[in-house]
Design a binder for this molecule. Structure first.
Ligand code: SF4
Ligand code: ZN
Length: 299
């Protein structure tokens, strides 16, 4: 197949949703332009923003950091060290390499050092992944507020977003639909959260990372195995292969209809957590409850 853009070179990827075959030279430029369009269409970022990019060492977040810097945004990185033997060190190393290459600051938050507990030590409370997700959301927001960033950017791709929508739909958790967005606006105590890669499939991001020679960790977190999100991604890919463009339509239509779900959100009044001061609906926020309880101490 020949590249649609230059009409000369052999295509390395065929973006079926757009019926667009592109070669190794044309693809990275298309990818960056497409990111700019999504940023503009959903008003994700402004030139003057101070962006904190959540980086895990994987292809999605490091490609995002790379792309934001290439476009000219003021984007630093935040790595959350979860204390997972071997894996955390190897992924941190990839983030350090990216930080040096991009010449941008990398903030490292070490969960064990800060709270006394690492993710592997979380046993009986909630499952590791939901505790990890809770910790990451809290740390991203808190670090951004403390370090003067006004927006957090994450590398969620189309497959992540669709798997999450499918999971929510299977539970009919209408209130949760109201909280999912490509652009979660700033609220008192919470910085804006954006997902500039939400319209790229995992394969598209992977192709970009490989062509740009981004040094990422090609290794899943050991706790990812068996996660239901992997099953949902497989199911969605079967549908996508039979009917290209399904995932993009599923996600785009959701964003268009999102407002209708907002009425299902239970808007409870927020107050300051009595331990850490972050805004929460309870006396003690979920992060402090989980990590404080385990450590039996406050900050
Ligand atoms: Fe955290 Fe690993 Fe679970 Fe991802 S798979 S949420 S990094 S514990
Ligand atoms: Zn708290």
């Amino acid at each position: 197949m020949i590249c649609r853009k230059c009409k000369k070179r052999k295509a390395v990827i065929n973006i079926k949703a757009y019926r667009l075959p592109l070669c190794d030279e044309c693809y990275p430029g298309w990818f960056i332009e497409r990111t700019k369009k999504v940023i503009k269409e959903f008003s994700l970022l402004k030139k003057e923003d101070r962006i904190l990019t959540a980086v895990s060492g994987g292809k999605d977040s490091l490609s995002l950091w790379h792309t934001l810097c290439k476009i000219g945004y003021n984007a630093d990185g935040l790595y959350i060290h979860l204390g997972i033997e071997g894996y955390s060190e190897r992924s941190l190393e990839k983030c350090r390499i990216a930080s040096e290459k991009l010449n941008r600051r990398l903030i490292v938050y070490n969960l064990k050092e800060k709270t006394g507990k690492s993710i592997p030590e979380i046993k009986d409370l909630r499952s590791k992944c939901s505790t990890c997700g809770l910790a990451k959301r809290y740390i991203m927001n808190r670090t951004a507020l403390e370090e003067g960033y006004n927006v957090v950017a994450t590398g969620h791709n189309l497959d992540d977003e669709c798997a999450s929508l499918l999971s929510t739909a299977l539970r009919w958790d209408l209130g949760y639909f109201g909280r999912q967005d490509i652009n979660l606006p700033e609220m008192k105590g919470f910085v804006r959260k954006v997902k500039p890669f939400a319209f790229f499939s995992e394969k598209e991001v992977l192709t970009f990372a490989l062509l740009q020679r981004i040094d990422y960790l090609d290794e899943e977190c050991p706790y990812a195995e068996g996660a239901t999100s992997i099953l949902y991604k497989e199911v969605l890919n079967i549908i996508e292969n039979r009917s290209p463009g399904t995932k993009i339509r599923f996600y785009r239509e959701f964003l268009l209809k999102k407002k209708e779900f907002e009425k299902f959100r239970e808007l409870e009044e927020l107050r300051e957590c009595s331990i850490c001061g972050q805004l929460t609906t309870r006396e003690i926020c979920a992060f402090c409850k989980t990590f404080g309880k385990l450590e039996n101490r406050s900050y």
